[in-house]
Write a protein that binds this ligand. Structure first.
Ligand code: PLP
Length: 406
């Protein structure tokens, strides 16, 4: 082999990009593109929020030209992100904020920091595909937990799998993508979060426990005022537990291409926090050196000077998401199309009994010019990018095809 022996040479399986490519080849005027995971307006145009971008366009050239203040980002941006994400919820932990290249960067440096090659990570079974690829690149073993039991977060399976790993490995890295999980749109209850934190605290007697909470879609929660309430429970972590909150400004500020995110770490033990922060900074340094300065400058300005206008503008799109999701879900219900439990967010996922049924349904959808993405035992409908007028009637169309796949 030309590249290193240990390299993972299996092809990248990216169900989103491969379905996007299929969709591009289809010239049928009635085709329905439900693949794109970015926010689009009711005219089918990508949303770029004015309250963020108008000011961004006017920044002095030196803000674009300049490096960031350090590997971990600009201190005022880190302060702004800490406040944006945690608000005043964390009063009993030490906090470190490191700027990353997108939410992807935050997830990636956490994986690299917390486990060695050959160790086991705990991931959700129904999940954003990149977690698996990042784990493979780190040469981790993967154990998955079932996301749901009776349409509720499966706390029992999460904790059982966590215990299995802990007893063998005496170290745990577990990932929860919540609220507005990709691809189901599920959000956990406070009680479920409490059970998770209590369970992880118990397990931490066996070794260090890191919970990675990927909050990529939090700022499109349907009830923003309570979207961070669960974080109060993080105050109760034991000293042998750390939580990394991975935030994505790609979603929050509709700035996917600016590549900005944050890894916000919480710990009761200052020495643990410092250890994690030092490792994060080193991974930032070796992977991307430093993050996008102008994007940080602009978001810092926004959070200090234009927050309310931004929240108002963003709310108008949350309202559109609400409209789209309730239309799709009510029509799915009427036409008996099963979906995973949706609460809020960019995606709704059609539930299949296994991946054979999913593949059959996917092929039938493609034949009928409907492009939605394969996920584990399901097909993901990106309601974030489908105008309401096009979404109307989609669920019954898919339901008809679904009936042929039993
Ligand atoms: N986490 C989830 C669940 C996502 O769906 C995404 C993007 O699609 C990300 C994190 C990271 O996004 P980005 O790196 O663009 O900020």
């Amino acid at each position: 082999m030309f590249i290193k022996e240990s390299a993972n040479t299996s092809p990248i399986i990216d169900n989103v990009f491969s379905t996007v490519a299929l969709c591009k080849q289809d010239n049928d005027p009635s085709k329905l593109n439900g693949t794109i995971g970015s926010l689009y307006d009711e005219n089918g145009q990508l949303v770029a929020l004015d309250s963020f971008f108008n000011h961004y366009k006017e920044l002095p050239a030196k803000d674009y030209a300049s490096y960031a203040a350090g590997f971990a980002g600009n201190p005022d941006f880190n302060e702004a992100m800490k406040q944006w994400v945690l608000e005043d919820k964390i009063t009993e932990c030490y906090i470190s904020t490191v700027t990353t290249v997108g939410g992807s960067g935050a997830v990636s440096i956490t994986l690299s920091t917390m486990l060695d090659k050959g160790q086991t990570i705990l991931l959700p079974r129904l999940a954003w595909e990149s977690y698996e690829l990042m784990s493979q690149q780190n040469q981790f073993e993967i154990v998955t937990y079932d996301n749901f039991k009776n349409d509720q977060f499966n706390v029992d399976d999460f904790l059982a799998k966590a215990k299995q790993i802990m007893t063998k490995q005496h170290r745990l890295l577990a990932l929860i993508n919540d609220p507005a999980h990709n691809p189901s749109g599920y959000s956990m209850s406070l009680t479920q979060w409490e059970e998770i934190i209590n369970g992880l605290n118990e397990l931490s007697s066996l070794g260090p426990v890191c919970l990675l909470n990927d909050i990529a879609y939090i700022d499109y929660s349907y009830n923003l005022n309570s979207s961070r309430d669960y974080m109060k429970l993080f105050n109760k972590i034991n000293p042998n537990v750390a939580i990394v909150v991975a935030a994505s400004l790609s979603k929050t500020a509709t700035s996917y291409g600016l590549r900005l995110g944050s890894a916000i770490t919480l710990s009761k033990d200052k020495a643990v926090l410092d250890e994690i922060e030092l490792s994060f900074k080193k991974y930032c340094r070796i992977n991307w050196s430093n993050p996008n300065n102008s994007a940080m400058v602009n978001f810092t300005w926004l959070s200090n000077n234009n927050k309310q206008a931004f929240l108002n503008e963003k709310q108008s799109y949350i309202d559109i998401l609400k409209k789209r999701s309730s239309l799709f879900l009510s029509q799915a219900k009427e036409s008996e199309l099963p979906t995973y439990p949706y609460v809020e967010g960019f995606f709704i996922t059609i539930k299949c009994k296994d991946n054979d049924q999913r593949n059959q349904l996917f092929d039938l959808c493609v034949k009928n010019h409907i492009y939605i993405c394969k996920v584990d035992c399901g097909l993901r409908v990106a309601i974030c990018s489908i105008p309401t007028s096009k979404l109307d009637g989609l669920a019954p169309r898919i339901a008809n095809l679904y009936k042929q796949c039993q």
